[in-house]
Design a protein around this ligand. Structure first.
Ligand code: C2G
Length: 136
């Protein structure tokens, strides 16, 4: 059995998140998702995600191509998470291209093309703009 791991915040869950998780799962038989904690987001971005950690976990673990989730407490623990979950492949969007190559001795590292024209930031912008919408 081939085990795949990926990481993310998955705030204001959208189709770009569905696409990467579905594609990540296709690299193996079992998909494990590390969901960054509220505290990690605050330390990285100086703000909390719009959706709570509990809700972000509930959404991601409800997907049929996600087999397990855990909370990513620190960016510095990636190597440990890869080993703890016995991951064979790590998959990330290509906004992270090259950033996780240091883990290649532990597992295969794959960067996938992001879904164009959608992001949590863009959704927030659209919601603020009367008459605007995504992808239309
Ligand atoms: N993504 C994508 N296409 C989009 C938007 C996001 O493929 N249009 C991918 C990202 O590349 C990432 C995943 O969806 O692989 C989750 O995205 P975010 O929630 O923005 O994750 P991020 O804040 O980058 O957290 O340890 C790393 C961090 O936890 C990653």
């Amino acid at each position: 059995m081939k085990r795949v791991i990926t990481f993310g915040t998955f705030d204001v869950f959208h189709v770009g998140h569905v696409n990467i998780l579905e594609r990540a799962r296709s690299f193996g038989d079992y998909l494990i998702v590390g969901i960054s904690s509220d505290a990690l987001n605050f330390s990285k971005k100086g703000r909390y995600p719009i959706y709570s950690q509990a809700d972000r976990i509930k959404i991601v673990e409800s997907l049929r191509f996600v087999d397990a989730v855990f909370v990513e407490e620190s960016l510095a623990l990636k190597g440990q998470y890869i080993q703890e979950h016995s991951a064979d492949v790590m998959v990330m969007g290509d906004d992270w291209a090259g950033k996780f190559d240091e883990f290649k001795p532990l597992c295969d590292v794959q960067y996938l093309t992001r879904t164009p024209s959608i992001s949590t930031t863009e959704i927030i912008e659209v919601v603020r703009t009367p008459g605007a919408s995504i992808g239309r």
